[in-house]
Design a protein around this ligand. Structure first.
Ligand code: ADP
Ligand code: AMP
Length: 217
């Protein structure tokens, strides 16, 4: 299956993607995680992306689209993937369609996670991620690690993302409404969108997602 996850920052895309990718045996591809890995390795791509990310803006398409396509070219993505955080504007959605069309492929579904803004703000304020692997995500109240400050999966140090500070979060929400939300209508016109509520326990949301995708959790 080729799936796109969409929803505001803090909706729980990364959290759900980890379970969905496992259930569906497809890789979880998060452009945010790819950028953060580049930043921690100090690559030129990471250096370029960091200033945009810290300001809550989108990294330019000229950088992002190529990086996402390179990742989709890897062998583990041959039979499908779960995209998280990509595409994030109409130009990226069009580029993804063109990329897949060029290979005779298409998306199977776009899963739209719906969460009220006040809940998103609470989720982001308490989010802590792992220094070793930013796809390992926790929350100070809703999803606590066994030992405070330590990643359950790999023992890495947990920290608060630079762009999870309040003023940057406001900017990221604005960018989401202005640039990312329009892709939902773009995909709706293709009959691909399934909207589910992302409120409730993580496992409940996973169940809703799996049934929206036509699979059992
Ligand atoms: P996104 O990838 O959409 O930005 P995350 O998956 O990182 O969102 O989740 C944001 C924060 O909310 C994290 O701290 C995560 O632990 C927490 N979270 C995710 N799903 C839920 C849920 N169903 N209920 C409460 N907190 C959640
Ligand atoms: P995320 O981890 O999905 O919350 O993304 C963190 C940040 O990385 C965003 O605020 C953007 O600055 C950048 N980013 C991630 N994915 C994209 C994308 N598809 N296009 C542009 N910027 C992105």
């Amino acid at each position: 299956m080729r799936i796109v996850l969409v929803g505001p920052p803090g909706a729980g895309k990364g959290t759900q993607a980890a379970y969905l990718a496992k259930n569906l045996t497809i890789p979880h591809i998060s452009t945010g995680d790819l950028f953060r890995a580049n930043i921690s390795q100090g690559t030129p791509l990471g250096v370029e992306a960091k200033s945009y990310m810290d300001a809550g803006n989108l990294v330019p398409d000229s950088v992002t689209i190529g990086m996402a396509e390179d990742r989709m070219e890897q062998a583990d993505a041959a039979e499908g993937f779960l995209l998280d955080g990509f595409p994030r504007n109409l130009a990226q959605a069009e580029a993804l369609d063109a990329y897949l069309q060029g290979k005779g492929l298409k998306l199977d579904a776009v899963l739209d996670l719906e969460v009220p803004e006040d809940e998103v703000v609470k989720r982001i304020a308490g989010r802590r991620i792992c220094r070793k692997d930013s796809s390992h995500v926790f929350h100070v109240t809703y999803n606590q690690p066994e030992t405070e400050g330590v990643c359950d999966s790999c023992g890495g140090e947990l920290y608060q993302r630079e762009d999870d500070r309040e003023d940057t979060v406001r900017k990221r929400l604005e960018v989401y409404h202005a640039e990312t939300e329009p892709i939902i209508d773009f995909y709706r016109a293709q009959g691909l969108v399934a909207t589910i509520s992302a409120l409730g326990k993580v496992a409940e949301v996973t169940e809703r997602a799996m049934s929206a995708l036509g699979s059992d959790a």
